[in-house]
Design a protein around this ligand. Structure first.
Ligand code: PEP
Length: 250
């Protein structure tokens, strides 16, 4: 499994967002690797990007979805809207949504359920804050996030889920987990999946690292045995930097 995901967050207007997607598609045409690349732009860019990109390893994701199917939820975007606009994936439980929008593990479980109901593959984000790490609670927090958010599903559903470990203290801060810290948590996550769903599913589950990943540190993070790829924010605002990271992912 090998995946590099570009989280565009709330950056770039429509034209600028399309330009980045086209620049990545252009560079993907020369890329010889097998890594999947998932562009995760603001939702209003999705249908245009779907129209313009055409590459077997390029996919599109939404940054968030509603846990509800439809109805009086002004401003929300359903999983069917994302899917029918051209998305293949959706991020669930990004730490910025947990922090600013009060998303709990229980809400994340409902969002994953809604995504799976509409053929979207969820990328479920987990990770501890600095305070939680300093108090020695990182592993317990991550276990809770996984157990409540993603372990209530049957094996066949869980197999559709991508996990992203994103230490909150490393997101957008310039601080990166060391390769040892990343590997330690990724191995812990794979161990929990093994206990719950068995070795075969655990080995197949992509576990991505996110948190200030950039061309200069991507190689060593991706070299870790349990790191299957990256979720990239800041460094993905520039298509060349993002593609450097993709190429580091072998
Ligand atoms: C993210 O938002 O998922 C992320 C990893 O951001 P950054 O790369 O900027 O830390």
């Amino acid at each position: 499994v090998c995946s590099s995901d570009l989280n565009g967050k709330m950056n770039k207007n429509f034209q600028e967002g399309i330009e980045v997607a086209l620049a990545i598609q252009h560079q993907m045409n020369d890329y010889k690797g097998e890594c999947e690349v998932i562009l995760i732009p603001p939702a209003v860019h999705i249908s245009k990007i779907r129209e313009l990109i055409d590459h077997k390893n390029l996919f599109i994701g939404g940054q968030n979805c509603s846990e509800h199917d439809s109805g009086a939820y002004t401003g929300e975007i359903s999983t069917d809207m994302l899917w029918s606009s051209g998305a293949d994936y959706v991020l669930v439980g990004h730490s910025e949504r947990r922090q600013y929008n009060g998303e709990t593990n229980e809400i994340c479980a409902k969002k994953i359920d809604a995504a799976l109901d509409n053929q979207l593959l969820p990328i479920y984000c987990v990770g501890e804050t600095l305070e939680q790490r300093e108090k020695g609670n990182a592993f317990a927090i991550i276990e809770e996030q996984l157990t409540v958010g993603s372990f209530a599903f049957e094996s066949a559903d869980f197999e559709q889920i991508v996990i992203a470990y994103e230490p909150v203290w490393a997101i957008g801060t310039g601080l990166t987990a060391t390769k040892e810290q990343a590997q330690e948590v990724h191995a812990f996550i794979r161990g929990l999946i093994t206990k719950k769903y068995g070795k075969e599913i655990a080995q197949k589950t992509p576990i991505l690292y996110g948190g200030s990943c950039k061309p200069s540190n991507a190689d060593e993070i991706f070299s870790q045995p349990d790191v299957d790829g990256g979720l990239i924010g800041g460094a993905a605002l520039n298509a060349n930097d993002f593609m450097e990271i993709v190429k580091a992912n072998k």
